[in-house]
Design a protein around this ligand. Structure first.
Ligand code: ZN
Length: 350
């Protein structure tokens, strides 16, 4: 097959000398020797997705290779691509554990598509997000795994956006008027059932950390979850609640964690609310207030909300994390913790 294509191409090329050889597009099959076997299927998918949208590319001089060292000294960078206008188009992927080896096929595909966006579509980075903090583009800087195998509607939108950046926001992002409240041990009045305190790993510093259900302060009723740290520790200390009771929630739903907390002399990294979805030990999604807001100082009980966007189309476990970030001292009380999902009813359960 390959041989046939190459022979045909020679004939085409000689015929083209008479007209204009520059206009002669090189197909992906002609450069397959220059594409790493492990990367190849994702390039094929890219070409197929592009073809579905009426796009073809000139793969003249195209290469897709692995590189461990010569991308950059910056280990956070997982890939690199030539500029669209370069004569020679290439993508380079860092074949490290974090960037490739331990990643799912969906995440590998997203990385390859990102680099192909630079190399073949002339796309720069796009870092704005939807109001619920959901990623808007595969071309976002530095974010591995913007979609996964359990988010087909999101993947469809992200592919549309990659090949046409004027793609409109998908309908499921709007009008999330349907609400489902999940029963959890929200007020802590009877016990701290379901809540687990993850204390310091440093055995010698255990006395500097206290995590306990307490009647010292409460927003409603008499009890709350207390967390006190008296010494700077270079780790996150947190209360955690996990539930799989959101099985009835449809794909595209946002999960909202609402917490009231009161701070007393909190210094350093501060308080954070975090949470995410996981399945079979794979983290599908994670979000934290730490990137958008710093909570330090002393306060009365105030309500804070974290949105974890986009519930997957599978039964995932939801984690709620109420934390002191690394190097935080002080005292905080968490109370009236609620968990709910909101979604556009047009995308509700079948
Ligand atoms: Zn990039």
């Amino acid at each position: 097959m390959n041989h046939f294509i190459k022979t045909t191409r020679v004939l085409l090329a000689s015929a083209a000398i008479i007209s204009c050889s520059d206009d002669d597009q090189v197909a992906i099959d002609d450069v397959s020797d220059n594409i790493e076997t492990e990367i190849s299927p994702f390039i094929d998918t890219f070409v197929e997705e592009a073809g579905n949208r009426g796009l073809t590319f000139d793969f003249k001089g195209f290469e897709a290779t692995f590189s461990l060292d010569d991308i950059d000294d910056n280990e956070l960078i997982c890939g690199r691509a030539s500029a669209f206008s370069d004569n020679k188009n290439f993508i380079t992927i860092r074949r490290s554990d974090r960037c490739w080896i331990q990643q799912s096929d969906a995440t590998r595909e997203g990385l390859v598509f990102h680099e192909m966006g630079h190399a073949m579509l002339d796309r720069p980075h796009r870092d704005d997000r939807f109001d619920n903090s959901l990623v808007k583009s595969v071309m976002e800087t530095g974010e591995l795994g913007p979609y996964n195998e359990f988010t087909p509607l999101l993947k469809q939108y992200l592919f549309d956006e990659l090949f046409d950046e004027t793609t409109e926001a998908p309908p499921w992002i709007f009008d999330k008027t349907e609400e489902v409240v999940v029963e959890i041990n929200s007020g802590l009045e009877v016990s701290d059932e379901g809540w687990v305190f993850l204390t310091t790993k440093d055995f010698l510093k255990r006395s500097a950390v206290t995590g306990a259900r307490t009647s010292q302060a409460a927003s409603s009723g008499e009890f709350s979850l207390g967390l006190q740290v008296t010494e700077n520790l270079d780790e996150t200390l947190f209360w955690r609640f996990r539930t799989d009771e959101l099985n009835i929630i449809p794909e595209t739903a946002d999960v909202l964690i609402e917490v009231k907390f009161r701070m007393q002399n909190v210094e350093g990294g501060g308080v954070a609310i975090a949470g995410g979805f996981d399945k079979d030990n794979e983290i599908l999604s994670f979000n934290s207030t730490e990137t958008v807001e710093e909570f330090v100082g002393t306060s009365v009980f105030q309500t804070h909300t974290l949105t974890i966007p986009y519930f997957p189309n599978t039964s995932a476990v939801v984690s709620i994390i109420l934390a002191f970030l690394p190097n935080t001292t002080g005292l905080v009380f968490f109370d009236d913790i609620t968990l709910k999902a909101v979604y556009n009813p047009a995308f509700g359960p079948a």
